[in-house]
Design a protein around this ligand. Sequence first.
Ligand SMILES: [Zn+2]
Length: 430
Amino acid sequence: MTNMQLRSFSEQLAAETFIDDGVETVTSVDQKKVETSIKEVISVYKQIHSLPEPTLLRDQHYQYLKKGLRHLSDAYECLDASRPWLCFWILHSLELLEEPVPSAIASDVCQFLARCQSPTGGFAGGPGQYAHLAPTYAAVNALCIIGTEEAYSVIDREKLLDFLWSLKQPDGSFVMHVGGEVDVRSVYCAASVASLTNILTPKLFEDSTSWILRCQNWEGGLSGVPGLEAHGGYTFCGTAALVILGNEHMLDLKALLRWVVSRQMRFEGGFQGRCNKLVDGCYSFWQAGVLPLLHRALFKEGESELSRHQWMFEQKALQEYILLCCQNPTGGLLDKPGKSRDFYHTCYCLSGLSIAQHFGNMDHHREIVLGKEENRLAPTHPVYNICPEKVAGALEHFLKLPVPDDSRHAAGFSSSKEPAAAAAAAEPQS
Ligand SMILES: [Zn+2]
């Protein structure tokens, strides 16, 4: 793109900084600190680059990711129970960068994830640990990205369905693991893996829609469980789950739109996770990723004023935030200036960058790439957050297989008191 005008170089940007109306709070002080650090980043950038052309540090990110797939530093010990996540974050980042994974490494990842699969179905955070919905989602996504016969055959679909049934609650929600907590992430993780692997039965998600709808609050966004504050991660999970279940039109779409677009920061250009919080690179996906889902939902509802050219957020402003403020010069991406890089933020900054670069779907597609042509990432599927052809490949493979029979679960479900008791214990008291 030539003759580009960066927001950061415009005189008017200063007018977008936070005004505390003479009331200083912890929140307002933090917000001003972030704005100051971003001003410093911009000023340094201006000194070095007379020509404004933000660059994605492709090679540096590639080297950082490649190393992570083989070896992790001691700093990752705390993520020992999230090892399938590391596989997903790295593999998805690599596919967005269009960097192929050597087949020997892909095969090693398949074997590792097979060792994380629980004998009772679902995947655990590491070999020998208990199965949990979050690493199950990450493992299935990682295997679908690899997309080989070996990868698909790792997943024991019958036991996966048993595992999902063991988490289902009478009110339509799911616990994250047996005896664990309920929140809207679990319905999304369950719906995502069930739909990708063709084990989704109507009975399994009975009452899930009405439970998710109860999570949309007066703000317009969704909370983790009914009655709490709207939050970017939960809003994405609830909305994407409803898309999978075909019921997203039952949300108050206009209220959701208003809430999510209001989370894009007027000075920073990136997104915050909640009202009055600070910008964070990972919400580039959790928040901006809701806009494609909303666009499609409003289109299906016959909304006539929808753009045919762009999502309903400032796509270039988000790209500018990610490219100028969220890249570690030696590879990897991060939350905001001053924070350190990690694989989670690398994955979700790149995913958000991809959403901001690609408008439309496979039939109607328009690219808006800020900076060099080489900044272009592969598109990502806004429901599953893996590349669309990997979603298509998984569906093609698994739709050939029969949906496992779950009539025994459906029949025995109402007499089982145990999961309900677990849910009651996990529910926050209000
Ligand atoms: Zn973050």
